[in-house]
Design a protein around this ligand. Sequence first.
Ligand code: FES
Length: 102
Amino acid sequence: MSTWHKVCRLEEIPLRGSRVVPHEEVSIALFRTADDTVFALRDACPHKAGPLSQGIVHGYRVTCPLHGWNLELSSGEACAPDEGSTTTYPVRVENGVVLLAL
Ligand code: FES
């Protein structure tokens, strides 16, 4: 069963950018979209494990910095014609604080 953890304040995630949260053996990338929606994905592209946290956030998608795959931030799914997905984590913002379920 997962527990909600306070990880940072919303302002600590750059707008249309990301912040990395280490968790056990993986890194989780928190993404903040232009409308202040926050998503949490494993910081590894389903193609060749590129660091998604260094990608470009546009709308509700991120473009991987290595070979340009686009992923849906809500589902972690690669956009067609590419295939695959990365793990997503439940995240919410309460009173300006970002909470992550781990
Ligand atoms: S590792 Fe992300 S597109 Fe290749």
